[in-house]
Design a protein around this ligand. Sequence first.
Ligand SMILES: Nc1ncnc2c1ncn2[C@@H]1O[C@H](COP(=O)(O)OP(=O)(O)OP(=O)(O)O)[C@@H](O)[C@H]1O
Length: 398
Amino acid sequence: MPETTPTITKDAVFDALRRVKGPDLESDIVTQELVSDPIISNGKVIVSITVPAEAASHLEPLRQAAEKVLSELPGVERAMVALTAERRPGQGMAQSGVPQNAAPRSAPPRPQSAPQQRAPGQAPQQPQKAGVPGVKAIIAVASGKGGVGKSTTAVNLALGLKANGLKVGILDADIYGPSLPRLMGIKGRPESVSERILKPMEGYGLKVMSMGFLVEEETPMIWRGPMVMSALTQMLREVAWGELDALVVDMPPGTGDAQLTMAQQVPLAGAVIVSTPQDLALIDARKGLNMFNKVNVPVLGIVENMSYFLCPHCGERSDIFGHGGAEHEAERIGVPFLGAVPLHMDIRETSDSGRPIVASEPQSEHARIYRHIADAVVKRLNVEKGAGVRQAPRVVVE
Ligand SMILES: Nc1ncnc2c1ncn2[C@@H]1O[C@H](COP(=O)(O)OP(=O)(O)OP(=O)(O)O)[C@@H](O)[C@H]1O
């Protein structure tokens, strides 16, 4: 092992991939402009390769070959290659009710993604990043680790955006452990509106989509990276979201490869990081920030959840976890602080019983806090994207 880790460059990645022949077996995948810009971070290299849909099911060896040449590069500890494919007309998740790769199969994965919108001669950079028609801004809600209240925050943020006058949808990207059906109290299966497009579910005025609506809870989820990506892009693009000012995406917890790939491939306008005040969670929140920085997604700010304890009986506030950690951290790293949500039984009970507090108790102090956070998110989005998102009318409930 060399003493200093060699730097991995984009050129080295492309050079290595020139050794892999494309699906036509004539020239290599780089010459054919099938390779996305690589994400290179801490010894990991992630790329996607665009392949024809009709050949996708046979191209697992190509994916493996690309991973092999990348993993042999000096300095690469882990290489991850995902196949993406243009879809043929008539292939879609509405046909089967589930994304095409939802069930584990013995056959190689058949990754699918959005149609490419590439001008002739243009390099295939981040191929899936075309926007979702009708959706003005996609906002990720992420956390560095599980259990910090990310999904509860995502749902109440979405409802806060709606309460502030926006048209809002929410997509559960936590494909391994979808929680939106429970948090939103929605059961049933989405209907199809056409051969390949599903109608989103609706709850509390939000359009909602989750893998939880499509796959039985007992179904084992032995997913592979490309399959997960495929399911996500299908939920993003093969759902009739209609006109939305904002689509909130509840990301899977953590900052691993899967999250990084998702952050890269979903056309995000910005990200909200949820953290608890404890030091450990904040270290994880920092990892979340770094992840979005790597893929050039603006971090709109940090929400401190379970920030302080409000006694349900006397209303007294106790800073049990040393409140203020996230705000201090946000200031230190130059990211806006969007607000602090207390640890409160009402938030837990409403969330766990499918009656999110912003909808079920709109006059409560907690609902007001979430609406303020939503307001701060919109302001930050407008700063980041110019006038891309309609400014919410101010709704102040005292
Ligand atoms: N501010 C809060 N006060 C009280 N309970 C809360 C608060 N926020 C979240 N919870 C509760 O904490 C638990 C975890 O919340 P949630 O499922 O939203 O977390 P998560 O970070 O999305 O978790 P996962 O890692 O499973 O995705 C739930 O029971 C939820 O009701």
